[in-house]
Design a protein around this ligand. Structure first.
Ligand code: SF4
Length: 410
């Protein structure tokens, strides 16, 4: 008999929509009621996880053999790296940190640019509920994916008080989303820091006459400042395009300083949005376990943080890793193209609910999916922890259990 399960949370991306309706016969998902194809794909993955078998070099083996080989690789490694953790539950992220600590590995979540900036100047942030209830000016800066996400737009209007709200899109790649906004401001990525500094200057009453042009006209900058100063509650959503480039952390720092200045007169917050397919949360878990939110190295027996040194992509690109442990539903999210190419030359252990396309790890340990097969929790991108339900049986272990088995057996 089919059962309708209401208000299921989808862990398919950082949005963590918690209003999905799923019909199940108790063994498999029969229907997913969502307009999001990515979310549908995440739920559909549950139909294939039970057929996955542990593998060594692509050959099926028993779970014990796969665990045994993984442990051997870990014991032989001098400089292991634990990465991925996107679409992982909080429990799995915690188990990954514990494993990294135990084996003296580096662990990195891909949140390094944000972390570097925030350690310098701090972060003024809020929940989506506050945005929905109070924001009268929302600025999407390099956050095209978020603005075009129907679930996100609906979540900002559902049950929200009737407040006049203006939406501005900023960045280079948001032109196709401009029709969803009231205004579109095109900014070249290499001029974004200068734009922020000129906005700060204008907010402080400094005349820009004679200053170098930054790709947008002074009148446009003044219009932006006027809207910032007329609004009561401003929220910046900064997306993956905003965080690109070697000076991404400086950009985030500059924006944080602008937000601080705006806050002297009115409410203003920022929410950083990860890449599509990614979830956030590993940085929260790392921070409360080690004191650092990304790029943590345990080789000396205690956590050391150095984003320039322990960035997962950099370590892989510079061949400073001799074993890579990839965990989570989408473990390559956040790695550079070059780093992904370098993975081919390394022994790798992959732990997750699907094999990575066009990549063969030395050891593959399959898992079920937390949120479908196992209960747990995850962080939404605004830092709100949400419960995940387990409503289907599975023959697989959870990602957290596999990571804990590696820690125990070692
Ligand atoms: S937007 Fe993200 S969380 Fe929401 S249904 Fe789609 S994939 Fe799932």
């Amino acid at each position: 008999m089919n059962t309708l399960i209401k208000d299921v949370t989808c862990a398919g991306c950082y949005c963590a929509c918690d209003d999905i309706q799923v019909t199940s016969d108790g063994q498999q998902i029969q229907e997913v009621q969502t307009t999001c194809s990515q979310g549908r794909g995440w739920f559909e993955r549950a139909a294939t996880t039970d057929q996955l078998t542990p593998q060594i070099h692509g050959m099926p083996v028993s779970q014990n053999e796969a665990i045994g080989r993984a442990v051997e690789l870990i014991q032989q490694a001098q400089a292991p790296l634990v990465t991925g953790l996107s679409q992982s539950s909080t429990d799995a992220q915690r188990a990954a940190v514990a494993l990294a600590d135990q084996i003296g590995a580096t662990i990195d979540t891909g949140a390094s640019a944000v972390t570097r900036a925030l350690q310098q100047v701090g972060e003024a942030t809020c929940t989506l509920g506050e945005v929905r209830s109070r924001a009268d000016l929302i600025i999407y800066w390099g956050a095209a994916d978020l603005l075009s996400n129907t679930h996100h737009r609906q979540s900002l209007v559902a049950n929200s008080p009737d407040i006049p709200r203006k939406i501005i899109v900023m960045g280079e790649e948001c032109s196709r989303e401009a029709e969803l906004a009231d205004e579109y401001v095109k900014i070249e990525p290499q001029r974004e820091i200068e734009v922020i500094w000129q906005l700060r200057a204008l907010m402080q009453g400094t005349d820009l006459a004679g200053k170098e042009a930054v790709g947008i006209t002074e009148s446009k900058l003044k219009s932006l400042v006027s809207q910032l100063t007329r609004s009561k509650y401003i929220v910046f959503f900064t997306g993956p395009e905003f965080k690109q480039g070697p000076l991404a952390h400086r950009k985030l720092e500059a924006l944080s300083l602008l937000i601080k200045e705006i806050q002297s007169e009115r409410r203003c917050h920022a929410l950083t949005v990860p890449d599509a397919n990614e979830t956030k949360g590993a940085e929260h878990v790392l921070a409360w376990q080690t004191g650092y939110a990304a790029a943590v190295n345990f080789s000396t027996g205690f956590p050391r943080y150095s984003p320039g040194e322990y960035l997962a992509s950099r370590l892989l690109e510079q061949s400073e890793v001799d074993l890579c442990i990839l965990a989570g539903g989408n473990p390559l999210a956040g790695l550079s193209e070059q780093a992904i190419k370098c993975l081919d030359d390394l022994p790798a252990i992959q732990i997750g609910p699907a094999l990575i396309q066009d990549f063969q790890p030395e050891v593959f340990l399959p898992t079920g999916i937390t949120g479908i097969h196992f209960p747990g929790s995850m962080y939404r991108y605004d830092g709100t922890p949400l419960p995940l339900r387990g409503f289907l049986p599975t023959v697989q272990n959870s990602e957290a259990e596999v990571l804990k088995q590696l820690s125990k057996t070692r």
